[in-house]
Design a protein around this ligand. Structure first.
Ligand code: HEM
Length: 115
């Protein structure tokens, strides 16, 4: 774990170590969240979080949730960002599409199309 300026970073390898019940971290748009306790309260159950623990889950998060789910994230933030975080072209396309649909249907976006 290391700091660059004000931000604290962990590597994808370090994130991967937190992949089990009781020690479960995920990243969404490069921000790392501790879902160890949240997994037990999650309306979608513990299984999807256990399956995807230790990874960036941005696209799954976007696919399965209404915009209202984003508000739960802040309190789960570990303070770490993912180092060398990159988004594939396919994911960028998908996120762009979701924000366009959200804007057209709801008049606002909750997914940053960039990341
Ligand atoms: C910190 C991360 C997460 C948070 C804060 C979160 C939050 C939520 C919330 C608030 C709901 C209820 C949504 C509603 O009102 O309809 C929900 C449902 C659900 N979540 Fe998550 N979620 C997280 C991660 C994930 C991940 C990684 C998956 C992977 C696929 C997932 C799969 C689902 C599914 C399938 C449901 C639907 C349950 C149903 O309607 O029967 N969630 N989640």
């Amino acid at each position: 774990m290391e700091g660059q300026g004000q931000r604290k970073y962990i590597s994808a390898g370090e994130l991967k170590e937190h992949n089990k019940s009781g020690d479960l971290w995920i990243s969404i748009q490069g921000k790392v969240y501790d879902v160890s306790e949240w997994a037990k309260e999650h309306p979608g159950g513990e299984i999807p979080l256990l399956n995807l623990g230790g990874q960036d889950v941005t696209d799954a998060f976007i696919a399965y949730h209404p915009g209202t789910a984003w508000q739960y994230l802040d309190k789960l933030f570990t303070g770490y960002h993912l180092k060398d975080f990159e988004v594939s072209e396919a994911s960028k396309d998908y996120r762009r599409l979701v924000s366009e649909f959200a804007k057209a249907a709801f008049g606002r976006i909750w997914v940053q199309p960039c990341c």
